[in-house]
Design a protein around this ligand. Structure first.
Ligand code: ZN
Length: 324
């Protein structure tokens, strides 16, 4: 059955809300998150450091750093995926700079892959650096092979900067500057790395909104991920339906996770945390939590965002696909 492919939506034409975020000094953030991390991990170090060159292994990012005009984007919504897909929701990372004026712009984050290119629904680890006449696209998608039911990772071509349905991106000029380096090993508490940081920020800062984005390297251990299969032909109406539809895997390290977390939602139907992983060994997908507490090692380089841009917020959100 031939299907016509949708036009990519122009972000300029979509409703966009801009909210100024709280931007505490990096040292203060370290002091705020340290106690919660110490509750959940045996070994913790938090420092403010000059960002390493993130284009190098083991990171494989499209630009060197996370600094300069730092922002986060929450685009679309799970309600464009559930209960049934809305195939008109196709966006493009190249439109981000129309919204923020950031040039060059380096975008890293988690979203749904560009199904018109991939052929099926997929998990996008977005990783794009672009200026007027330059695009470096190191984005990967992870999809389900419908025959083997296993995951497959592929790199997107330079000109394929689209995504679909929903995404959560951290953007900057991509230059090197001061960032948080957070290293945690051996989990002893109930909370995973991302949730520990987010809850500590949320408890301390209350209604002030703090957003952190960048890269989390899973250096050792394993994590639970999901990978979306192709769009469901039957409506997904409950968490049970959703978990039956998704494919869950335990994947080995090393893994690179891209995305952001935000401490408070001022009523924008924000995704509070969202990271997608990729690797050089073919594994990746949506990060849930680590599954082998004795061997896990996280090393994150994160920076603070100045604004959040909420693009194409639906009239009504869905609570499925909630907190992680
Ligand atoms: Zn995801």
């Amino acid at each position: 059955m031939a299907e016509s492919l949708p036009e990519t939506l122009n972000m300029k034409d979509l409703p966009t809300k801009q909210v100024k975020l709280s931007v505490p000094p990096l040292n203060e953030i370290n002091e705020v998150i340290l106690p919660e991390l110490l509750k959940n991990f045996e070994s913790v170090s938090v420092d403010v450091v000059q960002c390493p060159d993130l284009t190098q292994p083991p990171f494989y990012l499209a630009s060197e750093g996370l600094s300069g005009d730092e922002n986060i984007f929450d685009i679309g919504s799970p309600s464009y995926l559930l209960p049934l897909v809305n195939r008109n929701k196709v966006y493009d990372i190249k439109d981000f700079k129309q919204i923020t004026g950031t040039d060059p712009i380096f975008a890293v984050g988690a979203g749904a892959g560009p199904w018109p290119h991939v052929g099926v629904n997929s998990e996008l680890a977005g990783n794009v650096h672009m200026a007027c006449s330059y695009v470096k696209n190191s984005s990967r998608v992870v999809k389900i092979n419908s025959e083997t039911k296993s995951y497959e990772l592929e790199q997107l071509p330079a000109n394929e900067t689209r995504f679909a349905l929903l995404a959560n991106f951290y953007t900057s000029n991509g230059v090197r500057g001061e960032v948080l380096r957070i290293v945690c090993e051996k989990r002893k508490g109930l909370l995973d790395f991302v949730t520990s940081i987010r809850l500590a920020l949320s408890t301390f800062y209350g209604n002030q909104i703090v957003g952190l984005g960048g890269v989390i390297l899973i250096e050792n251990g394993k994590i639970k991920v999901h990978v979306m299969p192709d769009f469901s032909k039957v409506p997904i109406n409950s968490e049970e339906d959703l978990n039956k539809w998704l494919n869950f895997f335990e994947v080995p390290s090393p893994l690179v996770c891209l995305g952001y977390l935000v401490s408070h939602d001022p009523g924008l139907d924000l995704r509070p945390q969202h990271f997608h992983s990729f690797s050089e060994h073919g594994a990746g997908g949506h990060y849930h939590y680590d599954t082998d507490p004795t061997t896990i090692k996280y090393t994150a380089y994160l920076n603070v965002a100045r604004h959040i841009y909420r693009v194409d917020q639906p009239a009504e959100g869905v609570v499925l696909f909630g907190k992680d």
